[in-house]
Design a protein around this ligand. Structure first.
Ligand code: URA
Length: 239
């Protein structure tokens, strides 16, 4: 029988982070098999019935998938405009998956899908430092000072981006475009597009090629593969 700490089980069910789960336990909001439990570190087994505020938590086995999101798909479970969602690609998977972070409707590339709430919380936490590598097709050519700005941090709205890595992959003078690889460690809304906009370039096409140590490998657009336990473990320790 597998015994796990109560706060870990609550976190894995996606109810709250482990720290918040600890607070819920201490506050007397958690019951195990109908009995209130306020002692931290209490161990439960796979068959324990756990409830938070009287609401039973659902415990499924945990699965995380690496998905090659196509362009023209929304990164939410439901879309009010009825557009295709990333969840639609997982109809054959019997778990309630959701994306870890977002890619824009018109952005393609690497998106993690999971039912592991703790992993999602961990990776989406603003302090988490996961490197994400994007490839952007931009209008115009970056000037050396614009590259320096992107590298050191640009202001967009209320934010200043953290240091980033810029690599020019290809330049086409005739077509007035460039393919640029940008490595960032943050994930603000429209971050890459807004960083390029801050240096006066428009992103015409965007793809995420790498997330931490994970790449799209041989996946084609619209396909996925499940991550191994070792890969999930490694993700939990990336910095
Ligand atoms: N930055 C963007 O602008 N869009 C994305 O989809 C991801 C990062």
């Amino acid at each position: 029988m597998v015994l796990q700490r109560l706060q870990k089980v609550i976190a894995e069910a996606g109810i709250a982070s482990r720290r918040k789960a600890e607070k819920m336990i201490v506050a007397g909001r958690v019951t195990v098999d109908g009995e209130p439990v306020t002692k931290l570190g209490t161990k439960v087994d796979t068959f324990s019935n756990i409830a938070v505020d009287g609401e039973p938590i659902e415990r499924e086995s945990l699965h995380t998938y690496l998905f090659y999101k196509p362009r023209g798909v929304v990164s939410t479970a439901n879309d009010d405009k009825g557009r295709k969602t990333v969840v639609d690609y997982f109809k054959n998977v019997p778990y309630r998956l959701y994306p870890i972070g977002r890619l824009d409707y018109d952005t393609s590339g690497l998106l993690l899908m999971t039912n592991d709430g703790e992993l999602a919380n961990l990776l989406m936490h603003p302090r988490n430092n996961v490197a994400k590598v994007y490839v952007a097709k931009i209008t115009g050519h970056l000037l050396p000072e614009e590259i320096a700005q992107l590298t050191h941090g640009v202001k967009f709205d209320q934010h200043k981006s953290a240091p980033a890595k810029v690599k020019i992959i290809r330049s086409d003078k005739k077509k007035n475009m460039q393919i640029v690889q940008l490595t960032i460690h943050e994930g603000h809304y429209h971050q890459v597009k807004r960083m390029f906009k801050a240096v006066n370039h428009q992103v015409d096409k965007l793809s995420r090629e790498k997330y931490a140590f994970l790449t799209l490998d041989s996946l084609v657009s619209g396909k996925y593969r499940e991550l191994s336990h070792a890969e999930v473990d490694r993700l939990k320790h990336v910095d």
